[in-house]
Unconditional design. Structure first.
Length: 246
């Protein structure tokens, strides 16, 4: 109807579009591009940091996480106190963050590939079919397999492994997955440290960071009968099991 609010709105939009040819773009394209761009940045952020954390591990990963958190807070505080900051500053911060994340991802992936190339057995030294790289056959009494993301012992995942009380029992561990793993036993009823390392008296795999294709050993000697938890420190909720001391 002539003179209605709908007609007036349409006339105003047409006038704005003629005066500013980019008005339609800002009203239609930007509301779609902005959330898509934010989602893409979040996915890049999550993927990149996960790769970097897996490669760094330990205290280095904690320091990096703290630094990133402080940086995010400082940037947020700056823009909160400067609501009219020019667009080039916002774009610059986002661009710098994206470049840093991309560079970190490339570094982490290249380090992982380098570790696999130097740590995995060569083709000439490959074990016979059905054998583990450490020499223990699958299902052997003292062979533990780690995959992404599980422990397996004698064909059982998230296993309960029996050991005699007061006697040292050594297990061969093989990482058949692609991620970094370890095996950490809470022999005192709790874990002394979040990740195996200095100051931890609990049994831990040796080495305490087992890369893809590598093998390790762990010796368990617990005097008090009972049931004790073990885990992979890098995937503590997914990779777990129990040690039953008899």
């Amino acid at each position: 109807m002539p003179g209605s609010l709908q007609v007036l709105d349409m006339e105003a939009l047409r006038t704005d579009t003629r005066a500013d040819p980019h008005a339609a773009y800002r009203r239609t394209a930007l509301p779609l591009l902005i959330p898509v761009g934010i989602l893409a940045f979040i996915l890049l952020f999550i993927y990149s940091l996960s790769r970097v954390y897996l490669e760094i591990q330990g205290n280095g990963a904690v320091a990096l996480a703290a630094g990133i958190a402080i940086g995010v807070l400082l940037v947020a505080a700056y823009f909160a106190n400067n609501p009219r900051a020019p667009g080039w500053q916002i774009g610059g911060v986002i661009g710098l963050a994206a470049l840093t994340l991309t560079g970190g991802t490339i570094w982490a992936v290249s380090e992982k590939d380098h570790g696999e190339a130097t740590g995995a057995p060569s083709a000439a030294a490959s074990p016979a079919p059905g054998a583990q790289p450490g020499g223990a056959a699958p299902g052997a009494a003292n062979a533990i397999t780690m995959g992404d993301f599980f422990f397996e012992y004698q064909g059982t995942r998230s296993p309960t492994i029996s050991v005699p009380a007061g006697q040292a029992t050594t297990f061969d561990i093989t990482n058949t997955g692609k991620a970094l793993h370890d095996m950490h036993v809470a022999s005192g009823g709790k874990y002394d440290t979040d990740i195996c390392g200095p100051g931890d008296n609990n049994p831990c795999s040796d080495p305490n960071q087992i890369r893809a294709g590598q093998s390790a050993k762990i010796t368990i000697n617990i005097a008090q009968p009972g049931t004790y938890d073990f885990r992979c420190d890098f995937h503590p909720t997914m990779m777990t099991g129990k040690i039953e001391v008899k």
